[in-house]
Design a binder for this molecule. Structure first.
Ligand code: ARG
Ligand code: ZN
Length: 887
């Protein structure tokens, strides 16, 4: 059944207090939930949500006969038709089997310990409750368990009591003074190591920080703890937001469906985003830990203190919190590089989603399974929407809006419109039309052209901007209205200098400005410009759109050399690279010789030789767009042809710039080593500067290796141990750059890597992803063999994502013309769906290219998808995705 935003009605009953008692036993856990219920407007029929074994119900301490209620397994409801209109309590006894729960939703066991995941609708797997985010309450939770097996007993808020019981059991009682929805409830019970620290808030309160891990992992939490303290500090200084409880706990678990969860006072994290040391984590992993720790911490205000009225509003908390974590990372280091990374992610995955049958607005209008809507659109496009408010209002105006938002809504469950109203009202800014970003799906395209016009003795530059909105499955373009967005621009002259201009009815001179695009077609006049104009458009990626402007290659090279907006500069280079790949594709299709790209090569040479460029930024400039990024606006995709065209360009660059690449890489290595030389032990720890130098090395090495593959593998083979000793970034960099090499030596290195890290689960994930992303001919065979590796486990989400998820992004192998890649992924979707629908549904998204792909492959994909939907026991998670793709 489909749920619609337009059908929202206020809750008939509130539950301001919930008291929980968990009795943890060997085989099952008993749960007693006492709900203090307040009927609204004389309602008598109470509907609770639950998908859990019901033992008994008491109303105000009297057991209800079975005739007093009905259970409907179809929609997972418990209906109690004749309840009082005055406040009353229900005490509900349920029983769950966490040991059998491999969906990692609700209460589940992992390596002998118990954990919960309740967002969005996991609480109903534990007990019966309205289980909707606008029913908020205060929670008290008592946990009882065997003291040897479960020495640690945790839940939200403060521990108010604990002690021992008979039979070797003990208990703890937790109370969370802040009202919250059920999705923020959490419980952890088990044998875990504690690492503690503290943070003094700006008002001088002492907050205890506790991180819980397996004993063997405790030495890997230091970086995450530092990141948490940095996040707490940053939220105080940049947003004026202070932490509110006296304790902040983070628990790491190896079986987790997503990244992490912001449960009030008790975050639960995928180990991938907590554990990091330089021997096991790459620089990118460290950055991931820092960002996710920050993200979950920032949810305490944007998500927990102010939450969502209903799940359609998910982007209210996620878009805003992603924006906040992006800003945090940008303030920490390398702002421009972080921004480009975010844009790459958005373009590669969110633009693809927007162009697929799964397209939906930032605020979806309907869903079947809410778990399917934790999407790139809700998170990443949602963050871009928040960023646009910020671009319109500036930092001060945006902060005024945030302040009003909290003044109005602290402790409430609200909508995206409430957020928009706070931004508008705090600044007297009209965001009426801006609401369309929440209701219209699809990526807009801005078609822009510019021309010089005489105006008396002066020159005007006229920009003509046309916005084109695409058809999406939910709404034809003809029903869509022109959207409002900021377009940041500047004008460059032929020397690469920013030229001054004036705006209409304004005598000030500017050299950059933000135009407000808000019509289907409009003109902007920039007055008193210079003779030669190259516009720099959509600076900082000021709106999440496709941009079309008829640049000459020379103009792009000019911007690439001189633009002072790093995003625009990088984008000029990317456009040149894309053009070169598309030209190769056309040549391949027509059987012509591949064109040469002297202008592009010279531009890249200049970059490689430029000693003033920041290393991390230089590494970004050298990155050739991946296939999925190239397909952005395309309707007809021949995937393997794109790969061939792209590989041909990589070969051209590798051969033309071999000397410069080698010099750049060795220079970067030299700089990285410089401050470590002479030390008894050289530390290769994560820090942004060294990370940038390493990023540059490994932007160059794969290209260098193309030059002479045979010689390279010999060298790598010899130096592998030395590189591996430095840190995981080097080890991973080396393995990645030779991972597609066909020689047996590559296999031997991977085998050594796997043997060395046999007992480091997160590093074994890296091993499986190396197997799955190799472009070698035998990748499918190796991936199939890896399924039987003793460290592989189909019921562990990280392992599945590392092996099967990575394979599904390996273009030549997933899209193999014999259909073997599609079959491999489809087979595992079916297997995994039987116990973990969320992970299976995630894999199913790999097929969302279906309609845009060439006919032969499309038929093969379709056959696999049809076999999946034919399964009678298929989950609604996978069914919703696959049916949409096929529709
Ligand atoms: N709220 C969590 C986070 O961002 C993610 C929860 C995802 N839940 C899910 N069912 N997919 O930060
Ligand atoms: Zn989040």
């Amino acid at each position: 059944t489909v749920k619609y935003l337009k059908d929202y009605t206020a809750p008939t009953h509130l539950v301001p207090k919930t008291d929980l008692l968990f009795e943890i036993n060997e085989q099952y856990t008993d749960v007693w939930a006492t709900l203090h219920i307040e009927p609204q407007n004389g309602a008598t029929e109470l509907v609770l949500q639950g998908d859990v074994k019901l033992i008994s119900i008491k109303k105000n301490d009297e057991t209800l006969p079975e005739t007093a209620y009905s259970l409907n397994p179809n929609d997972e409801t418990l209906v109690l038709p004749n309840m009082p209109t005055e406040p009353f309590t229900l005490t509900i006894h349920t029983q769950v089997e966490p040991q059998k729960n491999k969906s990692f939703n609700g209460l589940y066991e992992s390596e002998g310990n118990l954990y919960t995941q309740c967002e969005p609708e996991g609480f109903r797997k534990i007990t019966f409750h309205p289980d909707r985010p606008d029913v908020m309450g205060e929670f008290t939770t008592e946990i009882r368990a065997n003291a040897d097996k479960f020495p640690v007993l945790l839940s939200n808020g403060n521990k108010i009591r604990s002690g021992s019981l008979n039979d070797g059991r003990h208990f703890a009682v937790w109370h969370d003074p802040f009202v919250k929805p059920t999705y923020l409830f959490a419980l952890v019970a088990g044998d875990l190591a504690l690492t503690s620290d503290f943070f003094i808030t700006q008002s001088g309160r002492r907050v205890v920080i506790e991180f819980y891990t397996r004993q063997a992992d405790a030495h890997q939490v230091a970086f995450a703890i530092e990141s948490l303290k940095n996040s707490m500090k940053w939220d105080e200084t940049r947003f004026g937001l202070e932490y509110d409880l006296d304790i902040y706990m983070v628990v790491a678990v190896g079986d987790f469906n997503m990244g992490a969860m912001e449960n009030k006072g008790l975050n639960i994290f995928n180990t991938k985003y907590v554990l990091a040391d330089s021997q096991t984590a790459t620089d990118a992993d460290f950055e991931g830990v820092e960002a996710v720790i920050a993200h979950e911490y920032f949810h305490n205000w944007t998500g927990n203190r102010v939450t969502c009225r209903d799940w359609f509003q998910l982007s209210l908390k996620e878009g805003l919190t992603v924006f906040r974590d992006q800003e945090f990372s940008g303030d920490r280091a390398s702002r421009a590089v972080r921004r480009i990374e975010n844009v790459k992610l958005l373009r590669t995955h969110q633009f693809a989603e927007d162009a697929s049958p799964m397209a939906h607005p930032v605020r979806p209008a309907s869903y079947v399974e809410m778990n399917n809507f934790y999407t790139m659109t809700v998170y990443e496009k949602g963050a871009e929407v928040v960023r646009m408010y910020h671009t319109f209002l500036g930092e001060e105006g945006f902060q005024r809006g945030m302040k009003l938002y909290f003044e109005r809504h602290d402790g409430q469950a609200v909508t995206c419109d409430d957020f928009r109203a706070a931004m508008a009202d705090a600044n007297g800014f009209d965001f009426e039309q801006f609401a369309l970003w929440y209701s219209q799906a699809g990526t807009p395209t801005l078609q822009i052209s510019g021309s010089l016009k005489k105006n008396g003795g002066n020159l005007d530059y006229v920009l003509r901007v046309k916005q084109i909105l695409p058809d999406t499955p939910d709404m034809p373009a003809s029903q869509k209205q022109a959207m409002m967005m900021p377009l940041a621009i500047a004008l460059f002259n032929e020397n690469g200098e920013k030229g001054a201009f004036k705006l209409p009815n304004d005598d000030n001179s500017y050299n950059e400005t933000i135009l407000i695009v808000n019509q289907a077609e409009q003109e902007f006049v920039l007055r008193e410009v210079q003779q030669s104009v190259t516009p720099s458009l959509l600076r900082g990626f000021s709106a999440p759109v496709h941009l079309q402007f008829d640049y000459t290659n020379e103009q792009l090279a000019l911007l690439l050399a001189h633009d002072d907006d790093e995003f625009a500069r990088w984008e000029a280079g990317q456009t040149l690279l894309r053009r070169a790949i598309f030209a190769n594709e056309t040549a391949l299709q027509q059987g012509n010789d591949l064109p040469q790209n002297p202008l592009l090569i010279q531009a890249l040479r200049n970059i490689l030789n430029d000693n003033n460029l920041d290393a991390a930024f230089k590494a970004m400039l050298l990155q050739v767009p991946a296939e999925a990024e190239l397909w952005g606006e395309r309707d007809h995709i021949n995937p393997v042809q794109t790969t061939m065209a792209r590989e041909a360009l990589l070969d051209e660059i590798a051969h033309a710039l071999h000397g410069e690449l080698l010099a750049t890489a060795l220079n970067a290595r030299e700089s990285e080593n410089a401050d470590k030389r002479g030390k008894e032990i050289a530390f290769y720890e994560y820090n942004p500067k060294d990370a940038g130098l390493r990023a540059l090395q490994y932007a160059c090495f794969p290209l260098i290796h193309r030059f002479d593959e045979a010689a390279t593998i010999e060298q790598v083979f010899e130096h592998y141990d030395e590189m591996a000793r430095k840190n995981m970034t080097h080890e991973w960099g080396v393995l990645s750059s030779i991972n597609s090499n066909a020689s047996a030596k590559r296999d031997e290195l991977l085998a050594r890597f796997a043997a060395k890290f046999d007992h480091q689960a997160l590093v074994m994930d890296k091993y499986f992803s190396l197997i799955a992303c190799s472009r070698r001919a035998d990748t499918l065979v190796q991936a199939q063999a890896a399924l039987n590796h003793p460290r592989f486990a189909l019921d562990n989400p990280n392992k599945v994502r590392a092996l099967i998820g990575t394979f599904a992004r390996n273009v030549p192998h997933f899209h193999a013309l014999d259909g073997s890649g599609y079959a491999f992924v489809a087979q595992h979707i079916k297997k995994i769906d039987a116990f973990n629908p969320q992970v299976a549904a995630g894999l199913a998204r790999a097929f969302n290219l279906l309609k845009r792909i060439e006919p032969q492959r499309q038929a093969l994909m379709r056959a696999e998808l049809e076999a999946i939907v034919a399964l009678p026991s298929l989950s609604k998670d996978v069914r919703e995705i696959v049916e949409k793709i096929l529709a």
